[in-house]
Design a protein around this ligand. Structure first.
Ligand SMILES: [Zn+2]
Length: 489
């Protein structure tokens, strides 16, 4: 019985830490606090993430609950070893500036500036300035990765890839094969469409770089379909169609107040699951803004409906592909012709839909190639910049900057969790369409079904949920087929 009590106490502490950390993120990102101050929180709860704790939980990971805790403790332990380097990188990026048109411009403003810059030469010059700053912290980033790699070996894993693969149950081999297939199946379609869309912004495909893709996806011409003043109403109407009344969800707080320090992009912070979920937005309008509000709205509804009786690892830890899948389900309502017509009153969405589907194809090719590259990076850091350029150029066709070979990665293969979510979302959406019709989003029965899934938090990984829907696990053929059938919608 002693071990049960130990587990219970540890889970309580883990959840208390989690809440403090996420409340701090919320306050800083919502602009209610000037600076993000997480070091004191980590210091206060340092006993949770010691090497001893990681080893203990790794040794006790006999069931799902134990494995989710082991994953979380181990990854936090690794991050604690590299905290100084993480801070050095993030502070350097936060304070870096470049001179542009006689003014000092912050590094973090460069990407939005590239997206909005209509002159190709000036855009390329901005990218060059960005590359210079990115390169200046690459040494610290390498040191940070080496810290992770060494710690993974010390904990008895075959390496960092194996650690992430085992603890997050990502099944990287299977997923890599699925992505190689997707990349192969769309290898002719993609460059044709890219060339066509680049010509709209007067960029010859041979001269195109990453910054031109940013400008391409800025697509100002579709802004009028997604007006700022309809943004929240669109979310409310959609939820009402599923039988969910946003105004009576007291555990889901919508923060729409304008504040100067508020992050422009919508975000969701599940502070206490399911009692205190924040959905924060600074409405601006345009397809990007709608996409991010619906994505975050999917996360928010998921966490707001989780059964409060589940243990912490099932409410808040577990397979993140699950919550990302629900977020994509909401986000990709924007790829539904009937949703666009019913909720936004768009009469002719063909141009927009074709473009949005191309953008999804670009995302999938980008993340699919990142998955392949990131495994190589973690196996051999030396020379990884060359591999980055060759793998991503192959997939995305435009010129890829070698300097980004470390900045353009997420820790612990989050790219794999997104890819699993993309695959799962295509299966889930198809299931909902079969059962409730193509207008499932306007069916309270579909809403009830989703709520019954959301209640389970992240206890089951996406392959188990897919199996319950009658699929043979996580099957990428639905997603790949949708991307190939591109022109036929
Ligand atoms: Zn997300």
């Amino acid at each position: 019985m002693k071990s049960k009590t130990v587990t219970h106490d540890f889970e309580q502490d883990a959840e208390a830490f989690h809440q403090e950390l996420h409340r701090e993120y919320y306050l800083a990102e919502a602009g209610l606090k000037k600076e993000l101050d997480i070091t004191p929180i980590y210091d206060r709860w340092a006993h949770l993430f010691t090497e001893e704790a990681a080893r203990r939980w790794l040794g006790a990971a006999h069931d799902r609950e134990g494995r989710y805790l082991a994953e979380w403790v181990t990854l936090e332990y690794l991050e604690s070893l590299a905290k100084g380097l993480t801070e050095r990188v993030s502070n350097a990026m936060r304070t870096a500036t470049v001179e542009w048109d006689g003014e000092q411009v912050p590094y973090h403003n460069l990407r939005p500036m590239m997206a909005n810059e209509t002159d190709m030469t000036r855009r390329h010059r901005l990218e060059e300035l960005e590359r210079g700053i990115t390169a200046s912290v690459n040494e610290a980033r390498v040191e940070r990765l080496r810290t992770f790699h060494q710690a993974a070996m010390d904990l008895g894993f075959d390496g960092y890839v194996a650690l992430c693969d085992d603890l997050r149950a990502l099944r990287l081999n299977l997923l890599t094969g699925q992505m190689q297939f997707l990349l192969h199946e769309t290898r002719e379609l993609f460059p044709q469409l890219l060339e066509e869309y680049l010509s709209h912004i007067h960029v010859p495909i041979e001269a195109a770089a990453t910054c031109d893709t940013l400008a391409l996806f800025r697509a100002r011409r579709f802004d009028a379909l997604f007006p700022e003043e309809e943004l929240l109403a669109a979310l409310r109407t959609t939820l009402a169609g599923m039988g969910i009344d946003l105004s009576t969800q007291s555990n889901l707080q919508l923060d729409t107040e304008p504040r100067p320090l508020k992050t422009p992009r919508a975000f969701c912070v599940p502070i206490r699951v399911p009692e205190e979920i924040k959905l924060v937005i600074k409405p601006a309008g345009g397809p990007d803004d709608y996409g991010s509000l619906f994505h975050e709205g999917g996360h928010a509804e998921h966490f707001a409906h989780v059964d409060p009786g589940l243990p912490f690892p099932f409410r808040r830890l577990g397979d993140n592909s699950v919550t990302e899948g629900y977020a994509f389900l909401f986000e990709y309502l924007m790829l539904s012709e009937s949703w666009l017509a019913q909720v936004l009153g768009v009469e002719d969405s063909r141009d927009y839909l074709r473009f949005a589907r191309f953008q999804k194809l670009w995302f999938l090719r980008r993340y699919g190639s990142k998955l392949i590259y990131e495994q190589e990076l973690h196996n051999e850091v030396e020379g990884a910049d060359d591999r980055y350029v060759s793998i991503l150029t192959d997939a995305l066709v435009v010129t890829i900057a070698a300097e980004n070979y470390l900045a353009d990665t997420d820790d612990a293969f989050y790219c794999a969790q997104y890819l699993r979510a993309w695959i799962f979302e295509a299966q889930l959406r198809r299931f909902l369409e079969d059962r409730f019709g193509t207008e499932w989003f306007a069916s309270p029965d579909a809403g009830d079904h989703l709520i019954s899934l959301w209640r389970r938090g992240q206890e089951l990984p996406v392959e188990e949920l897919a199996r319950e829907m009658g699929y043979d696990g996580l099957d990428a053929t639905y997603l790949t087929q949708e991307l190939i059938d591109f022109g036929e919608h």
